[in-house]
Design a protein around this ligand. Structure first.
Ligand code: NAP
Length: 512
């Protein structure tokens, strides 16, 4: 099949962005389709561009990092055709071959760690130390799935007929569409892409429009790692509604893997019903973080801060409701606020010593402000912060702690996705487990306790897909990552991650 190509109009890169990267080949402003970068010489469909900004500098003109070419509907169709065409041979490659591809990508990411982290810090705003951590975390999925790829096995199943045997074969599902959010511009892609490649699938990736530069840098590494054309296509676009519908409704796409809000997940599920796709959804959370009376309070304070305020509260596994037993509530609240006061440096991700960066955009700021206003109007007490930091830029909000929060407040009911920690007093284990489960979502949950019986009891009773016990940091490639209830379904990473990209075929062997 001949795959049509496309073209690009003017895209631009700021002098600041260019000056900050050692390997400037990582800076790309057009999509990567069928092993080629969109350019004026290889087609002409798109004439629109969109701007990528540094949230730390917004709204100053210096915030502009680059303008990138927005792929069109036709471009996505070309990419799907390329992925379908590539699947015909890629599905039959050996696990060892795919493993080697993934190892190359893993190494390439580590070789470019500093530059990739700089791109993340610039377009997402997170501090450089977090961005470096993300690159290592993101690369670890390629390492993990390189190890999984050559160990995909089926089974022989006893038949009820003595002259038959049943074989189960695991086969790659086909073309997979991958849609990811801005909060982990690389890791949310690699967690899916690593598993898809290990399985033998081909991919069409649409990163968040806020953070396309990291994704395109990854595409450059894919190109260098000599993946066959069409196996990995990365298309940037700022009309997510158009792209989502197109990918869900195209019968050539056999699977959708999406990470983002529950609202969009529900929409994609509806749209996918016309073609009955296999779906993996990693959606919103409202994580409870429980500190029992037998907990080590200092460790719980450190864990709660790490969980709540990582990336300024913009992770799906961030503690969203911090429940503290009434007997240690005052001690916990005082230590929590003290530690934040002494440890936090708010600022731009690239500035030395910064521990917490800006919010991604104004929409996030509006939600943070509305949650604080709602809570304080209903009786919550402001223990720290509470307002924007206009002297740093429009997207900065002080790390904020609210005391005496109750279930009637919006901040209890909704995911804030920002730097506000609500403290809630509780009296008994039964009561707090019921409060923790009082939400339609169930992604991560945390609790601190030294009582081993309680550890099992509470871990089994909490309605979440993942639980951190005596830790505020759970994410790693070995963890089966995913939620229950309206946090979605499917598991990423871990020994289960590849299964989401495979189908099991049963073969009955007769006349044995
Ligand atoms: P969002 O609005 O759902 O956006 C996430 C992604 O979906 C972006 O790439 C966005 O593209 C795209 N999108 C938006 N509307 C779409 C549509 N109609 N069809 C197809 N795609 C569409 O979420 P967000 O508020 O930016 O991100 C934060 C949410 O993601 C939170 O709820 C968080 O908990 C969740 N999250 C979950 C996990 C997890 O593993 N469970 C991890 C990270 C984040 P554009 O950017 O181009 O608009």
């Amino acid at each position: 099949m001949t795959i049509p190509r496309f073209y690009s109009t003017a895209s631009t890169v700021s002098a600041r962005l260019t000056s900050l990267l050692k390997n400037r080949d990582l800076i790309k402003t057009t999509s990567y389709i069928n092993g080629k970068w969109a350019s004026p010489t290889n087609t002409t469909t798109s004439t629109t561009t969109f701007t990528v900004t540094d949230p730390a500098l917004y709204p100053s003109p210096q915030a502009e990092l680059a303008t990138v070419q927005s792929s069109t509907r036709e471009d996505f169709q070309h990419a799907i055709a390329a992925a379908e065409s590539a699947f015909a041979s890629f599905k039959s490659t050996t696990g060892r071959y795919r493993s080697n591809l993934l190892y190359s990508l893993y190494q390439a990411m580590l070789d470019n760690k500093q530059d990739l982290a700089t791109l993340i810090a610039l377009e997402n705003g997170k501090p450089m130390s977090d961005a470096m951590g993300e690159v290592v975390y993101a690369a670890s999925f390629f390492q993990w799935f390189a190890e999984e790829s050559s160990r995909i096995t089926g089974s022989i199943i006893a038949s009820s007929n003595p002259t038959s045997r049943i074989l189960s074969l695991k086969q790659p599902i086909g073309v997979c569409a991958i849609m990811t959010p801005w909060n982990f511009p690389l890791a949310m892609i690699t967690r899916k892409l690593g598993a898809a490649i290990a399985a033998g699938c081909t991919t069409v990736i649409k990163p968040a429009s806020e953070t396309p530069l990291s994704a395109l840098a990854l595409a450059h590494l894919v190109e260098n790692a000599q993946f066959p054309a069409g196996v990995v296509n990365v298309l940037v676009n700022d009309d997510a509604a158009m792209v989502g519908k197109l990918l869900c409704e195209d019968p050539r796409v056999r699977k959708i893997s999406f990470t983002g809000s529950t609202r969009v997940g529900k929409l994609l599920m509806q749209q996918s019903s016309s073609t009955l796709k296999k779906l993996s959804f990693e959606l919103g959370g409202n994580a409870p973080f429980i500190v029992f009376d037998d907990a080590n309070v200092d460790k719980a304070v450190a864990g709660a801060i790490a969980s709540k305020f990582r990336s300024s509260g913009q992770t799906c596994v961030c503690a969203n409701r911090i429940f503290v037993h009434e007997s240690i509530y005052d001690e916990f609240a005082a230590k929590f606020v003290e530690k934040l006061k002494s440890d936090v440096v708010l600022g731009a991700g690239l500035d030395q010593g910064v521990t917490h960066g800006p919010l991604i955009h104004q929409k996030s700021m509006d939600k943070v402000v509305s949650h604080i206003e709602d809570a304080t109007s209903k009786g919550a007490t402001l223990l720290l912060g509470g307002s924007k930091r206009p002297d740093l830029g429009d997207n900065f909000h002080d790390l904020t702690v609210l005391g005496d929060v109750t279930p009637e407040m919006l901040i209890f009911q909704e995911e804030t996705f920002g730097p506000v920690a609500p403290l809630i007093k509780f009296t008994s284990e039964d009561q707090v487990v019921q409060l923790a489960n009082d939400t339609e979502v169930g992604l991560a949950g945390y609790f601190y306790s030294k009582d081993i019986s309680r550890v099992f009891r509470v871990a089994e009773a909490m309605d979440t897909g993942m639980i951190g016990v005596n830790t505020g940091a759970i994410s790693e490639a070995a963890l089966p990552f995913g939620g229950v209830k309206e946090s979605g379904f499917g598991r990423e990473g871990s020994m289960y991650g590849v299964d989401d990209y495979m189908v099991i075929k049963g073969v009955v062997l007769g006349d044995v």
